[in-house]
Design a protein around this ligand. Structure first.
Ligand code: PGA
Length: 224
């Protein structure tokens, strides 16, 4: 079954580096649905090579236009990308509340963007309590089908640490998320070329950070 393989490049790769990477990526046959999330400044270059349908933004503001220095609107993103990540833990850590995230989700959906909404517990937090709260607040008033929302389960303690939950724990979390919100569920947090195949058996795809920066490693994951 086709899986979603999403590459979150975070604040890595300039526009020219990003373009070089995706030119090479494009030459490879991959059955899975690969989506690249470069920095905003590299997004047009990546989109011109791969097409809008394989690109996404790492964040969006919730207003369509106006006096919001430094922000990017959903409508601007839609010109070059079909996807957007909302609620990544690194953005939540910058002070993005459930209310802000809910506004972003609704604005992006209204602009026709497909949303990857990130949720996940911090070390020591009760997983189910956190997931329930983040999903009920962040996705309040939305519907996965009409709004095109995918949830990425990313335990904060697994991001960039080399630690992952067991596949049983991931399966359990994915099932729980689906019981709360009927949508496809990805896993993210220290996914690499060695663990991707096993992890992909438990979910509908993966959101990959550091291991997506290296072409050979990313190709192994994408072909898992
Ligand atoms: P990582 O990041 O793969 O480097 O752990 C994942 C993410 O933050 O989405």
């Amino acid at each position: 079954m086709t899986k979603i393989i999403a590459a979150n490049w975070k604040m890595n790769k300039s526009a020219s580096q990003a373009e070089k990477f995706v030119r090479k990526l494009k030459k490879v046959d991959i059955e899975n649905n690969v989506i690249i999330f470069p920095s905003f400044i590299a997004l047009p270059a990546v989109s011109s090579v791969l097409g809008r349908e394989s690109c996404g933004a790492q964040d969006s503001f919730y207003e369509a236009s106006g006096a919001h220095t430094g922000e990017i609107s959903p409508e601007m993103i839609k010109e070059v990308a079909d996807y957007v990540i909302i609620g990544h833990s690194e953005r939540r850590a910058c002070g993005e509340t459930d209310d802000i995230l809910n506004k972003k989700v609704k604005a992006c959906s209204d602009a026709g963007l497909k949303i990857i909404f990130c949720v996940g517990e911090q070390e020591g937090e009760d997983r189910r309590t956190t997931l329930k709260s983040q999903i009920s607040h962040g996705l309040s008033g939305t519907d996965a089908l009409t709004d095109f929302i995918v949830i990425a389960y990313e335990p904060v303690w697994a991001i960039g640490t080399g630690k992952t939950p067991s596949t049983d724990e991931i399966s359990e979390a994915v099932k729980y998320i689906k019981s709360l919100y009927s949508c496809e569920v990805l896993y993210g947090g220290s996914v690499n070329a060695d663990n991707a195949e096993e992890i992909l058996k438990t979910c509908d795809g993966v959101l990959v950070g550091s291991a997506s920066l290296d072409l050979q490693q990313f190709l192994k994951i994408a072909r898992s």
